[in-house]
Design a protein around this ligand. Structure first.
Ligand SMILES: [Zn+2]
Length: 133
């Protein structure tokens, strides 16, 4: 039995209920709660739902928002939709592969893109380069 990636995504038993709430139900973690806020090592950030590389460490920056923030994504890794919940119009970001909800993108980031990808740390898995721990 094959399950294509266009609906539920990976049926990975390793996700926590909180991760599932974010990825599948568009949840948001508490600001400042993610250990990835302080992650400074070189490496890449992958989708916690399916393992697709989404961001490189070189595009991460400290936005002060309390969520891991990036000014650019790996080309083709993300999809966006317009989110009008909570009385705001925002651009929602999801994994282009498994459709898992990741966070939002705002037009107030630094150069060169001017974008701020505001991500839930729980939706990401950091993989250090060179196998460093
Ligand atoms: Zn994914």
């Amino acid at each position: 039995m094959t399950d294509t990636a266009n609906t539920s995504g990976a049926q990975c038993g390793c996700l926590t209920p909180e991760q599932l709430r974010i990825l599948r139900e568009h949840g948001t973690e508490r600001p400042g709660s993610s250990p990835l806020n302080n992650e400074k090592r070189a490496g890449e950030y992958r989708c916690a739902g399916c393992g697709t590389p989404l961001f490189r460490s070189g595009t991460k920056y400290e936005s002060g928002s309390g969520w891991p923030s990036f000014f650019d994504a790996i080309p083709g890794a993300l999809g966006t939709t317009t989110d009008t919940s909570h009385g705001m119009t925002r651009t929602e970001v999801h994994c282009a592969h498994c459709n898992g909800h990741l966070g939002h993108v705002f037009p107030d980031g630094p150069p060169p893109t001017g974008l701020r990808y505001c991500m839930n740390g729980l939706a990401l898995t950091f993989v250090p380069r060179d196998g460093a721990t």
